[in-house]
Ligand binder design. Sequence first.
Ligand code: SAH
Ligand code: F3S
Length: 435
Amino acid sequence: MSKKLYIETLGCAMNVRDSEHIIAELGEKKDYELTDKMEDADLILINTCSVREKPVAKLFSEIGVFKKKRKDGAKIGVTGCTASHLGEEIIKRVPEVDFVLGARNVSKITQVVDTHHAVEISTEHDETTYDFSDYRSNRYKALVNISIGCDKQCTFCIVPATRGEELSIPSSIIVKEVERAVSSGVKEVVLLGQNVNNYGRRFGSGESGAKNFTELLREVSQVDGLERIRFTSPHPLHMDDEFLQEFADNPKVCPQIHVPLQSGSTQLLKRMKRGYSKEWFLDRCHKIRQMVPNVAISTDIIVGFPGESDEDFADTMDVLEKVRFDQLFSFKYSPRPHTAAAEYEDQVPDEIASERLTRLQARHREIQDEIMQSRIGETEEVYFEELKSGGKVAGRTATGRLTMVDGSEELLGQIKDVKIEKASLTTLFGKIIKS
Ligand code: SAH
Ligand code: F3S
């Protein structure tokens, strides 16, 4: 009989994809079958995030629960970025943890799973040509890694320390993976990397056709049957005109883009080592809007970065006002080990950071509401992915907005024109236009 695997995934899309690889490898090579009941599992995995302090604290409280409630003899493994960053300290702190597997060592899961107290966290490891077994948690949308690691040294960010140096995956492997997904019915792919538009800077051992991200988009878009391409995250610094032209002209590339701002203050951007100014950021967003009317731009913002003054924060609010983001992921700065900014002396008091975050989010909600309301009366192409309660089916517009219509199962996996009739802050509601 198969053994049972329970896996909890924290953090970003990269972690979601890593979990899929782990599930596939353990399923195919070690006869594990996925369960959603932790109490039934023979192996409990927690795939962790370390980008802010909170998820790290959460890890240890979760392990505590697993220890208490697991079935007799069940193993506990810790994978992902916190595994990379804390390594064997996790086992020292909680000896019941069986093994620790870093974010750059996913391909070693079948080795560590049966080795008591194994710790595999090398960030030198190259798994760009590793042929993972196949498992996807979403039947309609495929996550596809295009690079691992990150070469930037943004002074707030722990990711380069946990995921290591940036290496691109050869385009032949990427295209094959996309073809495989499409042949199983997927119409949309999301290309994943910490810095996708830096693609091609350095490859591991494999040969690649595409040498940069623009070429990769072209190559991937040639896959027959593929209808939608998204990618996350690009870096504002590498948004050159050639890339923006491809983004605008390639009909399979969705009119949605994540442009992580972090701060609107040029001075703070310098201290963050982001490599661009407020003006460059505004210029790129302006250009994107000119080239792709009705594009949806989302962003990440950190408030309370060391040294952030009222004027710096006013610059961030100014960018928010000028760009009018569709979606905002906003965070209070969290000092992280192995990062330069954690050593800066002018840390911002928590009350000030909290107050700024509240203000930023409140203004963003107003803008988001206006954007959503402005869609009423428009027609959007919606790709349906999920059955909801009350006879509703949910999907995404090309711009990535969650949309619901009345309908049933047969809509799943289909792209339809929807006339938008109503909008809440996060969801559009409409009717399918009969063709
Ligand atoms: N390369 C990825 C960044 C991964 S981290 C990308 O461009 O999306 C995801 C986001 O977490 C960052 O964009 C940043 O806004 C936030 N973040 C990273 N380190 C942080 C820290 N120390 N404190 C608060 N937020 C942080
Ligand atoms: Fe982090 Fe900057 Fe890379 S935010 S993941 S170091 S681009």
